[in-house]
Design a protein around this ligand. Structure first.
Ligand code: SAM
Length: 295
């Protein structure tokens, strides 16, 4: 069968099924077999079990099914689900699931849609993610794909740069800290917008996120850690002391000053200079102070 990811085959499928592409669902299809192959190659090895998010008309799905042991692909668009089921009907290691990925617990989805040989095992997550909902989907994967070992995601270039940014960089923020808490990100390649149909307005990058077996820091209360990270970056121009006391008004400025001193963080520094370890120290000191019942 022809490669779906060629421009000619993509055009043929769009015409055959009278598909009207939806911008608000981020439907920009990859029309470059070489790029598709590189993504698939970095996403999984032979024998891996794969969950694909947003398969579209199957540019990556077709190659994934040729390589992986099993692919469970979740697509929100009913017509595209029909296209995938028809065009890839010979792939007996592919299960196409209709629905919004945000409505599924991904471990459960894998358990229900994988064959017995894949169940209960580690799996990989792959997706050329719809741009309008990239961050919620990534967080959803972090929170519900506990048995996933890696995520290979095509995302907007700026999002890839934010996810992989280091402290001190202009684009380092809450998304960098949260992603790096769960994963070790690596940029695999740039993908020109010219390789999509229709062409989006933005350039893309493929990210490989290797999911950590254990978080890089020990946290007494992970929720407190994420609360602090969000507060520190919500007002990123303010000092960390002001950003935290404005963002978490239940705790007084004096107490935050003490918490920062306990954590050996200069109160006049800015959130964007703090590492994951620094945020963990602040969260753990805050936990101790709250436990002592100082507030
Ligand atoms: N994988 C295909 C490719 O590389 O050509 C399509 C990628 S396209 C950028 C994103 C796909 O995700 C679209 O097919 C869209 O319908 C689907 N999608 C959008 N939101 C979704 C959601 N919440 N859950 C599942 N699929 C979604």
């Amino acid at each position: 069968m022809d490669k779906i990811s060629t421009p000619t085959k993509t055009r043929e499928i769009l015409k055959k099924y009278e598909i009207v592409l939806s911008k608000h669902r981020g439907q920009n299809f990859l029309v470059d077999p070489a790029a598709a192959f590189r993504i698939v190659e970095s996403a999984c090895s032979e024998g891996d079990c794969v969950v694909e998010i947003g398969p579209g008309i199957g540019s990556l799905t077709q190659m994934l099914a040729q390589r992986a042991r099993h692919v469970a692909a979740v697509e929100i668009d009913r017509l595209l689900v029909k296209v995938l089921r028809e065009e890839l009907k010979d792939a007996d290691n592919l299960t196409v699931v209709e629905g919004d990925i945000l409505d599924f617990n991904i471990d459960h989805l894998a358990e229900v849609n994988f064959p017995a040989c894949c169940r209960g095992k580690e799996y990989r997550v792959v997706g050329n993610l719809p741009y309008y909902v990239t961050t919620p989907i990534l967080f959803h994967i972090f929170e519900t794909a506990k048995r996933a070992s890696s995520i290979t995601a095509m995302v907007q270039k700026e999002v890839a740069e934010r996810i992989s940014a280091s402290p001190g960089s202009k684009v380092y923020g809450a998304l960098s800290v949260a992603s790096q808490y769960y994963c070790e990100p690596k940029i695999i390649m740039k993908v020109s917008r010219k390789l999509f149909f229709p062409q989006p307005e933005v350039e893309s990058m493929v990210l490989e996120l290797n999911i950590r077996k254990r978080p890089p820091v020990d946290l007494k209360d992970p929720e407190l850690f994420f609360l602090i990270v969000r507060a520190a970056f919500n007002q990123r121009r303010k000092t960390v002391l002001n950003a935290l006391s404005n963002g978490i008004p239940e705790v007084s400025k004096g107490t935050f000053s003490r918490i920062l001193t306990m954590s050996e963080i200069e109160p006049s520094s800015r959130g964007e200079t703090l590492s994951i370890e620094d945020f963990a120290a602040v969260a753990n000191s805050m936990y101790e102070v709250l436990e002592e019942g100082e507030e």
